[in-house]
Every structure is written in structure tokens, then in C-alpha cells.
Ligand binder design. Structure first.
Ligand SMILES: N[C@@H](CCC(=O)N[C@@H](CS)C(=O)NCC(=O)O)C(=O)O
Length: 210
């Protein structure tokens, strides 16, 4: 197996953290997004959506989408379970993972991709040219992130981890979302003490270095 990766990018980081939590090592190959290597013909054959991460299997199969890759690794390496164990845990992990992606990561991407000059005309990932930045989306993304911080802070008031008592893939997406928002100096609001406590805790895990 081989993972097509780009160190700075948030989505490949989700998979690297997941691998570190599992204690799984997979060779990494960098796709340099800084020089638009995702648009190369060879990489486009691996993932027509032209995004990283992509997991290449030994039989030549390619799996993209961070959560699909994590699910595959979960099936191969079930311990420790990061998608929940019981039916209820699995449903709660799914619920909070989707909330982290849809109400967190997507808004962070809205802010970052519509404001950094490097993404001018590349505001959508994997789309080569013709996707201009839209200034209004920066404000909409910031408002979305405020709602995300507040909602996740509330959840963490009585819960050690995002989806309950156990660390899970929902924690990983939430952690990476906060890091990504930090690219534009958007931090956890002062009043979100539970979220700050949790963030300190997950950032101290060895997997945070992945
Ligand atoms: N939904 C995809 C998103 C993948 C994605 O957007 N990856 C970014 C890096 S974080 C990318 O490859 N961007 C390519 C580009 O900017 O053109 C996933 O979960 O893996």
C-alpha cells in the first residue's frame, strides 16, 4: 500500500493521524499541491477528483476520500476501534463525524480557500482554474465556524471526547478543522472552555505529530 499525501493539507492529515492512532505505517508519496501536481495526468488517473489523500492498494485499486480510507484501515486493523464498537457508538461517531465535516471543516475551507491568494481561481479543491474566490463566502464561513465552536463546546461539556467516552475519528476531523481555521488566525473563542480543554488533550496525543 501507498498513501498519496501532502503534509500541510488537512485531509491527508486526518488519515495520518488515524494511522498513528492505529500504529499503522504506510509509505507516503507526496503530491505537491504547491506546484499543482494533483492536476498531472498520472495523478488524475489515480483520482479523477484530483485531491489527496489517495490510498493505493497493491492490486492497483485507488481509494480516495479520507473517511473511506479510514474505514478501509479500520477493517484491516480493528484495534483500537475508531468508528465505535457498539451499534449506538457507531451511530454517534457517524453523527459527530458528519457534523464535524459539514459544520466545521467545510466552513474552515470556505474561509481559507476564498481568502488566500494562492487559491485565486482555485477556490474549489481539485478544480483546475475557473473556480474564482467569492469574498462573501469568507464571512459565511466565519459565521459557520462560530456556530461549530459553540455546538462542539456544548457537546464537550459532559463528554470527554467528541462522540462520547471514547476517542474516535470524529475527534480527528474536529482537531484538523480547528488547525485549519488557525490558518486564518481563527481560534477557539475564549468562552469555549470545554472545547479548549479537549483540544489541548488531543493535541498532546502522540498522533498529533503525524
Ligand atoms: N472530501 C475529500 C477532500 C479532499 C481534499 O479536498 N483534499 C485537498 C487537500 S486537503 C486537495 O487535495 N486539494 C487539491 C486542490 O487544492 O486542488 C476527502 O475527504 O479526502
Amino acid at each position: 500500500m501507498k498513501l498519496y499525501d501532502y503534509t500541510r493539507a488537512p485531509n491527508p492529515r486526518r488519515v495520518r493521524i488515524f494511522m498513528a492512532e492505529k500504529g499503522v505505517e504506510i509509505p507516503l508519496e507526496t503530491v505537491d499541491l504547491g506546484t499543482d501536481a494533483q492536476f498531472d495526468e498520472a495523478f488524475t488517473r489515480r483520482n479523477p477528483f484530483r485531491t489527496v489523500p489517495v490510498l493505493e492498494l497493491d492490486d492497483g485499486t485507488h481509494i480516495s476520500e479520507s473517511i473511506a480510507i479510514c474505514r478501509y484501515l479500520e477493517a484491516l486493523y480493528p484495534e483500537p476501534p475508531l468508528f465505535g464498537s457498539t451499534a449506538l457508538e457507531q451511530a454517534l461517531v457517524e453523527m459527530w463525524s458528519r457534523r464535524a465535516e459539514l459544520t466545521g471543516l467545510l466552513h474552515a475551507a470556505e474561509v481559507v480557500r476564498n481568502s488566500i491568494p494562492f487559491f485565486a481561481d482555485k477556490a474549489l479543491p481539485g478544480v483546475e482554474g475557473g473556480s474564482p474566490q467569492i469574498e462573501a463566502l469568507i464571512e459565511r464561513g466565519k459565521a459557520g465556524l462560530e456556530r461549530f465552536f459553540t455546538a462542539f463546546d456544548k457537546q464537550l461539556e459532559n463528554s470527554e471526547f467528541v462522540a462520547g467516552d471514547h476517542y474516535s475519528v470524529a475527534d480527528i476531523t474536529t482537531q484538523v478543522t480547528i488547525e485549519f481555521a488557525g490558518w486564518r488566525k481563527i481560534g477557539i473563542p475564549d468562552q469555549c472552555k470545554n472545547l479548549a480543554r479537549w483540544y489541548q488533550q488531543v493535541s498532546a496525543r502522540p498522533s498529533a505529530k503525524a
